[in-house]
Design a protein around this ligand. Structure first.
Ligand SMILES: [Zn+2]
Ligand SMILES: [Zn+2]
Length: 241
């Protein structure tokens, strides 16, 4: 009888894109889920400017949501710069959005003018239509990417190799994503591995503060010097808004 090597699901999965992205993210710093989302988000915005400037669907979304949110406006401007462009992509995308906005403001101005002529009593009863601006359609894409990255992490969360890489890596799953994993009943080992990292931050913070004492040598380690940033970033991640 010949030995037939049957490849298990995990071995096969580790040749897939999900594992490759996860492994790459674990080779960096910060939250390995946040960094995967950020990568997709930047890629999405770059493509948006480059390929979809004339895409009617994108135009519609941009109109419907009145431009980008603060984060994605910033990233869109950076993406434009990366294309070595003088701004023509965003100019084309925003031309009609601005035109429509102009019409909206004209009509609001008219309504306000009419209202100003009313008596105080009647004015109180009239309600004006104002626009609530919050998230944008790139935020919707981010939400989707977050689901994919979180589920990718969960898929491998019981794998010894994953836990090993995570323990040794400089990454730290942010509190928000950690809670998403807990909600999905992630393996306790991931939480324990994170706890070790959080314990280290705790020690570094205490040492950093203690060494500020005038009697101390002020001999800080690199980790102690950045402990306050690590603590702030652990809670904030890149996608808590
Ligand atoms: Zn995160
Ligand atoms: Zn957005």
């Amino acid at each position: 009888m010949t030995d037939i090597l049957i490849e298990d699901d995990m071995t096969r999965a580790k040749r897939g894109i999900t594992w490759m992205r996860l492994e790459e993210a674990l080779g960096g710093t910060g939250c390995p889920i946040c960094s995967q989302i950020e990568r997709s988000e930047k890629h999405y915005l770059g493509n948006l400017l480059y390929e979809y400037v004339l895409d009617v669907g994108v135009r519609k979304k941009l109109h419907r949501e009145h431009g980008f949110c603060t984060r994605h406006a910033q990233l869109a401007l950076e993406a434009e710069k990366e294309l070595d462009s003088d701004g023509l992509h965003l100019a084309t995308m925003f031309e009609t959005v601005i035109e429509e906005n102009r019409r909206l403001l004209e009509s609001q101005s008219k309504q306000l003018e009419i209202m100003a002529k009313e008596t105080k009593k009647r004015r109180k009863k009239i309600s004006l239509h104002s626009i609530d601006v919050s998230k944008c359609f790139v935020c919707d894409f981010v939400k989707e990417s977050e689901g994919i990255a979180t589920h990718g992490f969960l898929y491998f969360a019981n794998d010894k190799e994953l836990i090993d890489i995570y323990e040794k890596s400089e990454t730290l799953v942010c509190f928000r994503h950690l809670q998403m994993l807990v909600k999905e009943k992630v393996s306790a080992q991931i939480i324990d591995a994170t706890l070790k990292k959080v314990n280290k931050i705790n020690r570094d913070l205490s040492n950093f503060i203690r060494k500020h004492d005038y009697q101390s040598s002020h001999d800080y380690t690199k980790d102690e010097l950045r402990s306050y940033r690590t603590a702030v970033n652990y809670f904030a991640g890149d996608y808590r808004w």
